[in-house]
Design a protein around this ligand. Sequence first.
Ligand code: 9YT
Length: 132
Amino acid sequence: MIVRTTAEITGTERDVASTGWRSKRIILGGDNVGFSFHETTIDAGTVHEFHYQHHVEAVWLIEGEGTLTDLDNDVSYQLAPGSMYLLDGHERHRLEVRTRMRMMCVFNPPVTGQEVHDSNGVYPLVAATIGG
Ligand code: 9YT
């Protein structure tokens, strides 16, 4: 059994930040359980495009509101606490974050943590400010 706290992860190499977002990687590939598990926070007023070409990802939104757009299929969804989205087709997608989002994310295969910061199958193509 493994027991961890976010306090133990904060400020370590498992705590990764990029423009407008931060992710605490709670479970990584090295834990050998077939998935990774992350707490990601994304700043209010930012817009991000992601494309996880090599991973399936499920996201459970705990805090915050915004708009998710499936760029492959040109469909938008309103997200609020309790919303879940599953990228089972490796869809390119855009997140427009109205209020700070906090979400729990599961990746299969797991992110190892050794990937170059923005290219672990995670491609933040755009990070912009809404209205800016
Ligand atoms: C919201 C989202 O897609 N989070 C992914 C995890 C994060 N980008 C990370 O840990 O690299």
